[in-house]
Design a protein. Structure first.
Length: 114
């Protein structure tokens, strides 16, 4: 099994693409890609398009390429996406997400950094 170049961070992010709002949900994300769950899967492998990640303070527009498509219960419902470019604001967002997750783990364990 091939090891990922970047660790994935669990996520729950609403996205839009190809002029369709609420297209799906990003369930994990990294500096190099993401996995998207959607009932609207209709992409061939290697298709390239721009994806918009809808955040409270901004919308991140990211060029992606379909890496893989998954199927559950006979329906295509997931897409592995590879970033074609890594915009600076996207990388900052991933870092914030990673730090937030680490802070939650520390809080959940009752540990403190004192």
């Amino acid at each position: 099994m091939k090891k990922r170049a970047y660790d994935r961070v669990p996520a729950d992010l609403e996205i839009s693409c190809l002029d369709e709002k609420n297209f799906g949900t990003v369930i994990n994300i990294s500096e190099n890609g993401m996995f998207l769950k959607s009932k609207n899967i209709r992409f061939p492998l290697d298709m390239q398009f721009d994806l918009s990640i809808l955040l409270k303070e901004e919308t991140l527009n990211v060029p992606v390429k379909v890496n893989r498509v998954t199927k559950s219960n006979g329906y295509y419902d997931g897409i592995g996406l590879e970033l074609m470019k890594r915009p600076r604001n996207y990388l900052r967002f991933i870092n914030r997400l990673r730090y937030t997750l680490q802070d939650r783990k520390i809080s959940d364990n009752g540990d403190s950094e004192d």
